[in-house]
Design a protein around this ligand. Structure first.
Ligand code: RB5
Length: 146
């Protein structure tokens, strides 16, 4: 599975932690689009870079991080084809895959600690969409883009 990850300056440390967790998965290839320092950057630019890889098929899924996860998830969800789930607990992370087929995960570096974030990522990576009635609802979400 190919994953593109990005954060603004509010979650650079969490990005490094998430990349460490992703190394636990032998079949995951990670591309980091930045940012790489503490200089202030604009989270919509990072969302755009990550989501471009997802919508083009260069990545299977994306992970976007900012201070709260709110701004970058709002930006990601403006991009056609993206279903971005802002998660701060493991149950929501699982449901975002099973029910919503989220193709982008968002978290907040100033909100979610490294331990919970690691568990959220592990569950989000491993969980598959269940289809059925949930596939119908996801199709209706995507139809809202038209
Ligand atoms: C940047 O200071 C901060 O606004 C950003 O990381 C994020 O929390 C926005 O939603």
């Amino acid at each position: 599975m190919k994953i593109t990850i990005g954060s603004d300056h509010g979650a650079v440390e969490l990005k490094e932690e998430v990349k460490m967790v992703l190394k636990e998965f032998a079949d995951i290839e990670v591309k980091d689009v930045g940012t790489f320092g503490t200089d202030s950057v604009d989270y919509p630019d990072i969302a755009e870079k990550v989501c471009a890889d997802v919508t083009s098929g260069k990545a299977d899924r994306g992970i976007v991080l900012c201070g709260t996860g709110i701004g970058i998830s709002i930006a990601a969800n403006k991009i056609h084809g993206i279903r971005c789930a802002l998660c701060s607990d493991v149950y929501s992370a699982r449901m975002s895959r099973e029910h919503n087929d989220a193709n982008v995960l968002a978290m907040g570096g100033r909100v979610t600690g490294f331990g919970p974030a690691g568990e959220i990522v592990r569950v989000w990576i491993k969980t598959e969409h269940v289809g059925g009635r949930h596939a119908r609802r996801v199709a209706k979400i995507m139809a809202l883009e038209k």
